[in-house]
Design a protein around this ligand. Sequence first.
Ligand code: 3HC
Length: 322
Amino acid sequence: MSMTTAPAEDPTKLAEFESRLNAGETIEPKDWMPEKYRKQLIRMMSQHAHSEIVGMLPEGNWITRAPSLRRKMVLLAKVQDEAGHGLYIYCGTETLNVSREELVDQLLTGKAKYSSIFNYPTLTWADIGVIGWFVDGAAIVNQTMLAKTSYGPYARAMIRICKEENFHKRQGYEICSVLSNGTPAQKAMVQDAVNRWWWPSLMMFGPSDAASPNSAELMRWRVKKETNDALRQRFVNLTIPQALAINLTVPDPGLRYDAETENWEFGAIDWSEFQQVIAGNGPCNRERLAARRKAHDDGAWVREAAEAHAARQAAKAQSSAA
Ligand code: 3HC
Protein backbone atom coordinates (compact mmCIF):
# COMPACT_ATOMS: atom_id res chain seq x y z
CA MET A 1 0.00 0.00 0.00
CA SER A 2 1.58 3.30 -1.02
CA MET A 3 1.96 5.64 1.90
CA THR A 4 1.96 9.38 1.30
CA THR A 5 4.36 10.15 4.12
CA ALA A 6 6.13 13.45 3.45
CA PRO A 7 9.26 14.19 5.53
CA ALA A 8 8.20 14.85 9.13
CA GLU A 9 9.74 18.38 8.88
CA ASP A 10 6.81 19.50 6.70
CA PRO A 11 5.22 22.00 9.18
CA THR A 12 2.08 22.64 7.12
CA LYS A 13 1.23 19.00 6.80
CA LEU A 14 2.10 18.39 10.44
CA ALA A 15 -0.21 21.26 11.54
CA GLU A 16 -2.98 19.86 9.33
CA PHE A 17 -2.43 16.39 10.75
CA GLU A 18 -2.59 17.60 14.35
CA SER A 19 -5.71 19.69 13.74
CA ARG A 20 -7.40 16.58 12.32
CA LEU A 21 -6.47 14.69 15.49
CA ASN A 22 -7.66 17.55 17.71
CA ALA A 23 -10.98 17.47 15.84
CA GLY A 24 -11.24 13.80 16.85
CA GLU A 25 -10.74 12.49 13.32
CA THR A 26 -9.39 8.99 12.66
CA ILE A 27 -6.25 8.53 10.56
CA GLU A 28 -6.52 5.87 7.85
CA PRO A 29 -3.68 4.00 6.04
CA LYS A 30 -3.79 6.18 2.93
CA ASP A 31 -3.76 9.47 4.89
CA TRP A 32 -0.66 11.62 5.31
CA MET A 33 1.04 10.97 8.64
CA PRO A 34 4.37 12.02 10.18
CA GLU A 35 7.01 9.31 9.87
CA LYS A 36 7.33 9.28 13.67
CA TYR A 37 3.58 8.59 14.06
CA ARG A 38 3.91 5.66 11.63
CA LYS A 39 6.99 4.33 13.42
CA GLN A 40 5.34 4.63 16.86
CA LEU A 41 2.31 2.71 15.64
CA ILE A 42 4.46 -0.02 14.06
CA ARG A 43 6.35 -0.37 17.34
CA MET A 44 3.26 -0.48 19.55
CA MET A 45 1.01 -2.57 17.29
CA SER A 46 3.66 -5.14 16.36
CA GLN A 47 4.65 -5.61 20.01
CA HIS A 48 0.99 -6.03 20.85
CA ALA A 49 0.69 -8.71 18.16
CA HIS A 50 3.87 -10.42 19.39
CA SER A 51 2.38 -10.43 22.91
CA GLU A 52 -0.76 -12.19 21.71
CA ILE A 53 1.24 -14.90 19.94
CA VAL A 54 3.79 -15.46 22.73
CA GLY A 55 0.91 -15.27 25.24
CA MET A 56 -0.42 -18.57 23.83
CA LEU A 57 2.57 -20.42 25.28
CA PRO A 58 2.02 -20.15 29.07
CA GLU A 59 -1.66 -21.11 28.71
CA GLY A 60 -1.09 -23.71 26.00
CA ASN A 61 1.10 -25.48 28.56
CA TRP A 62 -2.09 -26.53 30.42
CA ILE A 63 -4.37 -27.62 27.56
CA THR A 64 -3.36 -31.28 27.96
CA ARG A 65 -3.72 -31.04 31.74
CA ALA A 66 -7.04 -29.20 32.12
CA PRO A 67 -9.05 -30.78 35.00
CA SER A 68 -12.16 -31.46 32.89
CA LEU A 69 -13.30 -31.67 29.27
CA ARG A 70 -15.22 -28.42 29.74
CA ARG A 71 -12.15 -26.57 31.05
CA LYS A 72 -10.07 -28.02 28.21
CA MET A 73 -12.57 -26.81 25.58
CA VAL A 74 -12.73 -23.32 27.11
CA LEU A 75 -8.93 -23.06 27.32
CA LEU A 76 -8.56 -24.31 23.73
CA ALA A 77 -11.03 -21.64 22.57
CA LYS A 78 -9.17 -18.93 24.48
CA VAL A 79 -5.72 -19.88 23.13
CA GLN A 80 -7.15 -20.02 19.59
CA ASP A 81 -8.63 -16.54 20.15
CA GLU A 82 -5.19 -15.21 21.13
CA ALA A 83 -3.73 -16.52 17.86
CA GLY A 84 -6.48 -14.71 15.99
CA HIS A 85 -5.83 -11.50 17.93
CA GLY A 86 -2.16 -11.68 16.98
CA LEU A 87 -2.85 -12.24 13.28
CA TYR A 88 -5.51 -9.52 13.31
CA ILE A 89 -3.12 -6.95 14.80
CA TYR A 90 -0.28 -8.02 12.48
CA CYS A 91 -2.65 -7.31 9.55
CA GLY A 92 -3.42 -3.89 11.02
CA THR A 93 0.32 -3.22 11.37
CA GLU A 94 0.95 -4.17 7.74
CA THR A 95 -1.29 -1.26 6.66
CA LEU A 96 1.65 0.95 7.79
CA ASN A 97 3.86 -0.29 4.96
CA VAL A 98 5.79 -2.92 6.88
CA SER A 99 5.92 -6.62 6.01
CA ARG A 100 4.88 -9.52 8.23
CA GLU A 101 8.28 -11.13 7.62
CA GLU A 102 10.04 -8.06 9.00
CA LEU A 103 7.81 -7.96 12.08
CA VAL A 104 8.22 -11.67 12.84
CA ASP A 105 11.98 -11.38 12.30
CA GLN A 106 12.10 -8.55 14.87
CA LEU A 107 10.44 -10.84 17.42
CA LEU A 108 12.55 -13.91 16.68
CA THR A 109 15.84 -11.99 16.76
CA GLY A 110 14.90 -10.34 20.06
CA LYS A 111 14.84 -6.85 18.49
CA ALA A 112 11.15 -6.39 19.36
CA LYS A 113 9.52 -6.69 22.75
CA TYR A 114 6.40 -8.53 23.82
CA SER A 115 4.51 -8.12 27.08
CA SER A 116 6.62 -8.83 30.16
CA ILE A 117 3.76 -10.80 31.72
CA PHE A 118 4.29 -13.76 29.40
CA ASN A 119 7.76 -14.40 30.77
CA TYR A 120 6.43 -15.95 33.97
CA PRO A 121 5.78 -19.71 34.37
CA THR A 122 2.32 -21.28 34.76
CA LEU A 123 3.01 -23.59 37.71
CA THR A 124 -0.51 -24.81 38.59
CA TRP A 125 -4.00 -24.92 37.06
CA ALA A 126 -4.91 -21.92 39.21
CA ASP A 127 -2.46 -19.87 37.11
CA ILE A 128 -4.79 -20.34 34.14
CA GLY A 129 -7.62 -18.81 36.14
CA VAL A 130 -5.52 -15.91 37.40
CA ILE A 131 -4.14 -15.20 33.91
CA GLY A 132 -7.69 -14.93 32.55
CA TRP A 133 -8.78 -12.75 35.48
CA PHE A 134 -5.68 -10.49 35.84
CA VAL A 135 -3.90 -10.55 32.46
CA ASP A 136 -6.96 -10.46 30.25
CA GLY A 137 -8.56 -8.10 32.76
CA ALA A 138 -5.59 -5.75 32.38
CA ALA A 139 -5.73 -6.16 28.60
CA ILE A 140 -9.42 -5.16 28.64
CA VAL A 141 -8.63 -1.95 30.56
CA ASN A 142 -5.84 -1.10 28.12
CA GLN A 143 -7.62 -2.19 24.94
CA THR A 144 -10.90 -0.46 25.78
CA MET A 145 -8.86 2.76 25.75
CA LEU A 146 -7.11 1.71 22.52
CA ALA A 147 -10.50 1.15 20.85
CA LYS A 148 -10.58 4.96 20.65
CA THR A 149 -7.03 5.35 19.32
CA SER A 150 -6.49 7.76 16.44
CA TYR A 151 -5.32 5.08 13.96
CA GLY A 152 -8.40 3.51 12.33
CA PRO A 153 -7.22 -0.06 11.72
CA TYR A 154 -5.94 -0.39 15.32
CA ALA A 155 -9.11 1.04 16.86
CA ARG A 156 -11.31 -1.31 14.84
CA ALA A 157 -9.17 -4.31 15.76
CA MET A 158 -9.54 -3.44 19.44
CA ILE A 159 -13.34 -3.25 19.24
CA ARG A 160 -13.53 -6.80 17.98
CA ILE A 161 -10.80 -8.13 20.31
CA CYS A 162 -12.30 -6.62 23.47
CA LYS A 163 -15.47 -8.67 23.00
CA GLU A 164 -13.41 -11.88 23.14
CA GLU A 165 -11.25 -10.63 26.03
CA ASN A 166 -14.41 -10.32 28.14
CA PHE A 167 -15.04 -14.05 27.69
CA HIS A 168 -11.38 -14.70 28.58
CA LYS A 169 -11.64 -12.73 31.82
CA ARG A 170 -14.97 -14.32 32.86
CA GLN A 171 -13.73 -17.86 32.39
CA GLY A 172 -10.60 -17.05 34.40
CA TYR A 173 -12.51 -15.44 37.26
CA GLU A 174 -14.88 -18.43 37.35
CA ILE A 175 -11.92 -20.82 37.72
CA CYS A 176 -10.60 -18.68 40.61
CA SER A 177 -14.02 -18.51 42.26
CA VAL A 178 -14.49 -22.30 42.08
CA LEU A 179 -11.02 -22.92 43.53
CA SER A 180 -11.37 -20.29 46.24
CA ASN A 181 -14.63 -21.92 47.36
CA GLY A 182 -13.16 -25.41 47.00
CA THR A 183 -11.01 -27.52 49.31
CA PRO A 184 -8.36 -25.85 51.49
CA ALA A 185 -5.72 -27.14 49.06
CA GLN A 186 -7.57 -25.55 46.11
CA LYS A 187 -7.95 -22.28 48.01
CA ALA A 188 -4.23 -22.30 48.84
CA MET A 189 -3.40 -23.03 45.18
CA VAL A 190 -5.36 -20.05 43.83
CA GLN A 191 -4.06 -17.71 46.56
CA ASP A 192 -0.51 -18.76 45.66
CA ALA A 193 -1.22 -17.97 41.98
CA VAL A 194 -2.65 -14.55 42.91
CA ASN A 195 0.47 -13.86 44.97
CA ARG A 196 2.73 -14.71 42.03
CA TRP A 197 0.80 -12.86 39.26
CA TRP A 198 -0.38 -9.68 41.01
CA TRP A 199 2.68 -7.46 40.70
CA PRO A 200 3.70 -8.66 37.18
CA SER A 201 0.12 -7.84 36.11
CA LEU A 202 0.50 -4.24 37.33
CA MET A 203 3.75 -4.03 35.34
CA MET A 204 1.81 -4.86 32.13
CA PHE A 205 0.70 -1.22 31.96
CA GLY A 206 4.29 -0.10 31.45
CA PRO A 207 6.61 2.10 33.50
CA SER A 208 5.30 5.00 35.57
CA ASP A 209 4.22 8.07 33.61
CA ALA A 210 7.36 9.90 34.72
CA ALA A 211 9.54 7.07 33.34
CA SER A 212 7.63 6.49 30.09
CA PRO A 213 9.62 7.83 27.10
CA ASN A 214 6.83 7.19 24.57
CA SER A 215 3.69 8.32 26.41
CA ALA A 216 3.91 12.08 25.83
CA GLU A 217 4.10 11.73 22.04
CA LEU A 218 1.51 8.94 21.97
CA MET A 219 -0.87 11.08 24.03
CA ARG A 220 -0.25 14.14 21.84
CA TRP A 221 -1.10 12.11 18.76
CA ARG A 222 -4.07 10.45 20.54
CA VAL A 223 -2.65 6.99 20.04
CA LYS A 224 -2.95 6.59 23.79
CA LYS A 225 -5.90 8.39 25.37
CA GLU A 226 -4.84 7.66 28.94
CA THR A 227 -1.51 7.20 30.66
CA ASN A 228 0.07 4.02 32.00
CA ASP A 229 -0.55 5.03 35.63
CA ALA A 230 -4.18 5.99 35.02
CA LEU A 231 -4.93 2.63 33.41
CA ARG A 232 -3.04 0.76 36.12
CA GLN A 233 -5.07 2.50 38.81
CA ARG A 234 -8.30 1.65 36.99
CA PHE A 235 -7.28 -2.01 36.85
CA VAL A 236 -6.53 -2.06 40.61
CA ASN A 237 -9.83 -0.32 41.42
CA LEU A 238 -11.71 -2.93 39.35
CA THR A 239 -9.84 -5.99 40.59
CA ILE A 240 -9.60 -5.53 44.36
CA PRO A 241 -13.39 -5.73 44.92
CA GLN A 242 -13.41 -8.85 42.72
CA ALA A 243 -10.72 -10.43 44.91
CA LEU A 244 -12.63 -9.55 48.09
CA ALA A 245 -15.81 -11.05 46.60
CA ILE A 246 -14.14 -14.49 46.40
CA ASN A 247 -12.18 -14.16 49.66
CA LEU A 248 -8.75 -13.73 48.09
CA THR A 249 -6.10 -11.19 49.03
CA VAL A 250 -3.41 -9.50 46.92
CA PRO A 251 0.21 -9.54 48.20
CA ASP A 252 0.36 -5.83 49.02
CA PRO A 253 0.59 -4.79 52.72
CA GLY A 254 0.40 -1.16 51.60
CA LEU A 255 -3.03 -1.58 49.98
CA ARG A 256 -5.70 0.77 51.38
CA TYR A 257 -8.92 2.34 50.16
CA ASP A 258 -8.98 6.14 49.90
CA ALA A 259 -12.64 7.15 50.23
CA GLU A 260 -11.86 10.65 48.99
CA THR A 261 -10.32 9.65 45.65
CA GLU A 262 -12.24 6.32 45.58
CA ASN A 263 -8.94 4.71 44.63
CA TRP A 264 -7.34 1.60 46.07
CA GLU A 265 -3.87 2.98 46.89
CA PHE A 266 -1.24 0.31 46.32
CA GLY A 267 2.37 -0.23 47.30
CA ALA A 268 5.58 0.38 45.35
CA ILE A 269 6.19 -1.69 42.20
CA ASP A 270 9.63 -3.33 41.91
CA TRP A 271 10.73 -1.64 38.67
CA SER A 272 14.09 -3.40 38.78
CA GLU A 273 12.22 -6.69 38.25
CA PHE A 274 10.33 -5.09 35.34
CA GLN A 275 13.54 -3.83 33.75
CA GLN A 276 15.17 -7.22 34.16
CA VAL A 277 12.24 -9.00 32.50
CA ILE A 278 12.02 -6.60 29.53
CA ALA A 279 15.80 -6.86 29.15
CA GLY A 280 15.33 -10.58 28.51
CA ASN A 281 16.24 -11.86 31.99
CA GLY A 282 12.81 -12.94 33.19
CA PRO A 283 12.05 -16.52 34.37
CA CYS A 284 10.90 -17.73 30.92
CA ASN A 285 12.22 -15.28 28.30
CA ARG A 286 14.66 -17.76 26.72
CA GLU A 287 12.12 -20.60 26.73
CA ARG A 288 9.46 -18.41 25.09
CA LEU A 289 11.73 -17.19 22.28
CA ALA A 290 13.11 -20.71 21.72
CA ALA A 291 9.53 -22.01 21.37
CA ARG A 292 8.64 -19.27 18.88
CA ARG A 293 11.81 -19.86 16.84
CA LYS A 294 11.12 -23.63 16.72
CA ALA A 295 7.50 -23.04 15.67
CA HIS A 296 8.69 -20.69 12.94
CA ASP A 297 11.26 -23.20 11.65
CA ASP A 298 8.76 -26.10 11.82
CA GLY A 299 6.29 -24.00 9.81
CA ALA A 300 8.75 -23.15 7.00
CA TRP A 301 7.28 -25.87 4.75
CA VAL A 302 3.80 -24.31 5.03
CA ARG A 303 5.13 -20.91 3.96
CA GLU A 304 7.07 -22.50 1.08
CA ALA A 305 4.01 -24.45 -0.09
CA ALA A 306 1.83 -21.33 0.06
CA GLU A 307 4.42 -19.33 -1.91
CA ALA A 308 4.74 -22.11 -4.53
CA HIS A 309 0.95 -22.27 -4.85
CA ALA A 310 0.71 -18.47 -5.23
CA ALA A 311 3.45 -18.51 -7.89
CA ARG A 312 1.61 -21.27 -9.83
CA GLN A 313 -1.66 -19.33 -9.63
CA ALA A 314 0.07 -16.15 -10.83
CA ALA A 315 1.70 -18.03 -13.75
CA LYS A 316 -1.67 -19.58 -14.68
CA ALA A 317 -3.36 -16.16 -14.58
CA GLN A 318 -0.57 -14.71 -16.73
CA SER A 319 -0.74 -17.48 -19.38
CA SER A 320 -4.56 -17.28 -19.63
CA ALA A 321 -4.31 -13.46 -19.96
CA ALA A 322 -1.71 -13.79 -22.81
N1 3HC B 1 6.24 -5.52 28.61
C1 3HC B 1 7.27 -5.33 27.74
N2 3HC B 1 7.71 -4.09 27.38
C2 3HC B 1 7.09 -3.03 27.93
C3 3HC B 1 6.01 -3.15 28.81
C4 3HC B 1 5.60 -4.46 29.15
N3 3HC B 1 4.59 -4.69 30.01
N4 3HC B 1 5.59 -1.90 29.17
C5 3HC B 1 6.40 -1.04 28.52
N5 3HC B 1 7.30 -1.72 27.79
C6 3HC B 1 8.37 -1.15 26.97
C7 3HC B 1 7.81 -0.33 25.83
O1 3HC B 1 7.57 -1.16 24.69
C8 3HC B 1 8.96 0.66 25.63
O2 3HC B 1 10.02 -0.01 24.95
P1 3HC B 1 10.30 0.27 23.38
O3 3HC B 1 10.36 1.78 23.23
O4 3HC B 1 11.60 -0.43 23.12
O5 3HC B 1 9.12 -0.34 22.65
C9 3HC B 1 9.48 0.89 27.04
O6 3HC B 1 9.09 -0.25 27.80
C10 3HC B 1 8.97 2.17 27.66
O7 3HC B 1 7.58 2.04 27.90
P2 3HC B 1 6.56 3.18 27.43
O8 3HC B 1 5.53 3.34 28.48
O9 3HC B 1 7.30 4.40 26.99
O10 3HC B 1 5.96 2.47 26.15
P3 3HC B 1 4.49 2.63 25.58
O11 3HC B 1 4.07 4.06 25.60
O12 3HC B 1 4.48 1.90 24.30
O13 3HC B 1 3.54 1.88 26.65
C11 3HC B 1 2.31 -0.20 26.64
C12 3HC B 1 3.67 0.49 26.87
C13 3HC B 1 1.36 0.29 27.73
C14 3HC B 1 2.51 -1.70 26.70
C15 3HC B 1 1.79 0.24 25.27
O14 3HC B 1 2.78 -0.08 24.31
C16 3HC B 1 0.51 -0.45 24.85
O15 3HC B 1 -0.56 -0.11 25.33
N6 3HC B 1 0.60 -1.41 23.91
C17 3HC B 1 -0.57 -2.02 23.32
C18 3HC B 1 -1.17 -3.07 24.22
C19 3HC B 1 -0.22 -4.23 24.45
O16 3HC B 1 0.79 -4.38 23.83
N7 3HC B 1 -0.57 -5.08 25.39
C20 3HC B 1 0.30 -6.21 25.72
C21 3HC B 1 -0.51 -7.25 26.35
S1 3HC B 1 -1.38 -8.13 25.14
C22 3HC B 1 -2.32 -9.15 26.05
O17 3HC B 1 -2.43 -8.99 27.21
C23 3HC B 1 -3.04 -10.21 25.32
C24 3HC B 1 -4.25 -10.65 26.03
O18 3HC B 1 -5.03 -11.40 25.11
C25 3HC B 1 -3.94 -11.51 27.18
